[in-house]
Ligand binder design. Structure first.
Ligand SMILES: Nc1ccn([C@@H]2O[C@H](COP(=O)(O)OP(=O)(O)OP(=O)(O)O)[C@@H](O)[C@H]2O)c(=O)n1
Ligand SMILES: C[C@](O)(CO)[C@H](O)COP(=O)(O)O
Length: 412
């Protein structure tokens, strides 16, 4: 079970209905769509809503099949037996909600495909505090008329036709200030079973108890599986939701990392200048090589090429590129960054660590970071270590630099 910070919501998922209109011969919440029961579809979406910290599932009494389906969720939810009507089931769920709950959402398992954003929209509006109740609803497209009670032989007559613009098709999840919902349900204490049958949602009783009910945009995906033909629509919906998720994963702009290592021996020529991390160290003997021997800059170049998947130093600065013969480490790094961007990437950062007895680096670290960061147009951080006297770095014969770069695809 998730932690319970202050601004959180409990959710009652009513799943105890028999699904008479669907006629599947099993409780509706156990009917499968795309290989998964409706109650699982609902719970899997609810578990993705950060603010929901408590889930009470109202289940058909003594149904071992439901217990089996819910077992894998372990302590992520609690269950309670349902009643003879939806309103009765909500009341039983309410009895299980923790006393400290601030918001309570009530949701139909039959609206299993309500997307995470819909829960979020309801919770956000509730937290905004304009009303004690928030419900999602859609504008209607049919003209809707009120009929007079059916007369003889079931013949019906229109009583009135409200202006369509004033009508909304109400959905769930419906969100409530916990106290407002508890007080409204307490009004139903003396209702008979048949009176409870007529309570078709919770917002109506909260409103009848004097509270304002705010409407937010509903979602077609929150359709209520009610009749057999709804199963086809639901299958189609899941296929569409799955393909949207797949597509967004495919197009997700994951960053890419790359590594680079460079080793240079300390020159035998005592007059060779020492260049490292883009800086000149006048008190040290330089590193050998065709270039200035700047192992830090070279390792950074290789890490950038590796992250972008465009080869290595040899690929770009080989002997055929005469213009780079003897080029400084900073010049090579500037060009490496240009090539990486040309390949369609932006640079996140580069981190380099070198291992060597000399030069003494700490006092010039900031300067080095600045020079190299300017060269690539992104943060570079350089650190240094010794090898505790071991190996060629410990003997002072050479230096090794290890670099990691992070790049990400540029937006088109
Ligand atoms: N006694 C009941 C009746 C309904 N519900 C739940 O309330 C939601 C909305 O009800 P509905 O779609 O009418 O479901 P059923 O009652 O199962 O359907 P029917 O009326 O066709 O029997 C459903 O998630 C259903 O499981 C419930 O928990 N307890
Ligand atoms: C709560 C509800 O989903 C809002 O539209 C609806 O009233 C439930 O009705 P049902 O007859 O219990 O399906």
């Amino acid at each position: 079970m998730k932690q319970t910070p202050l601004n959180t919501s409990s959710l009652i998922l009513v799943a105890a209905g028999m699904g008479t209109r669907l006629g599947a011969g099993i409780p509706k919440a156990l009917v499968k769509v795309a290989g998964k029961t409706l109650v699982e579809h609902a719970i899997d979406r609810i578990l993705k809503v950060e603010e929901i910290t408590e889930i009470i599932v109202v289940t058909p009494a003594d149904d071992p099949r439901m217990a089996e389906v819910l077992a894998p969720y372990g302590t992520a939810l609690r269950t309670v037996d349902g009643g003879s009507s939806r309103a009765d089931s909500v009341r039983r769920g309410l009895g299980e909600v923790s006393d400290h709950a601030r918001n309570i959402l009530v949701h139909d398992a039959a609206r299993a495909f309500a997307p995470v954003e819909l829960y979020q929209r309801v919770i956000d509006a509730l937290n905004a505090g304009k009303a004690a109740a928030v419900i999602p609803a859609l504008a209607v497209t049919d003209t809707i008329s009120v009929v007079e009670p059916a007369g003889e032989a079931g013949v019906e007559f229109i009583a009135n036709t409200p202006a369509r613009s004033t009508l909304r098709a109400v959905q769930t999840p419906q969100g409530f200030n916990a106290e407002a919902l508890r007080q409204a349900h307490a009004q139903l204490d003396h209702y008979t079973e048949s009176e409870l049958e007529k309570v078709t949602d919770d917002a109506s009783i909260v409103r009848a108890n004097g509270e304002k009910v705010q409407v937010v945009n509903g979602d077609q995906q929150a359709l209520k599986v009610t009749h057999p033909e709804d199963i086809d629509t639901a299958n189609q919906l899941v296929a569409e939701q799955d393909s949207r998720v797949k597509k967004s994963k495919e197009t997700m702009n994951l960053p890419r990392i790359g590594n680079g290592i460079d080793v240079h021996a300390v020159s035998q020529d005592p007059a060779r200048p020492m260049w490292l991390a883009g800086l000149h160290f006048p008190e040290d003997i330089g590193l050998s090589g065709h270039s200035d021997g700047d192992a830090v800059a070279h390792a950074a170049c290789d890490a950038l090429f590796s992250a972008a998947g465009i080869g290595d130093l040899g690929t770009h600065f080989g002997v055929d590129r005469e213009e780079f013969a003897g080029a400084s480490g900073v010049r090579l790094l500037t060009e490496a960054a240009r090539l990486v961007r040309e390949a369609g990437f932006e640079i996140g950062n580069v981190a380099v660590q070198f291992v060597g007895r000399r030069p003494r680096f700490a006092a010039r670290r900031e300067e080095a970071n600045q020079v190299l960061s300017e060269a690539i147009g992104a943060p570079v951080s350089v650190s240094a270590t010794t090898s505790d006297g071991l190996g060629y770095e410990g003997d002072g014969q050479g230096i090794t630099a290890y670099a990691t770069a992070l790049v990400f695809a540029q937006h088109s």
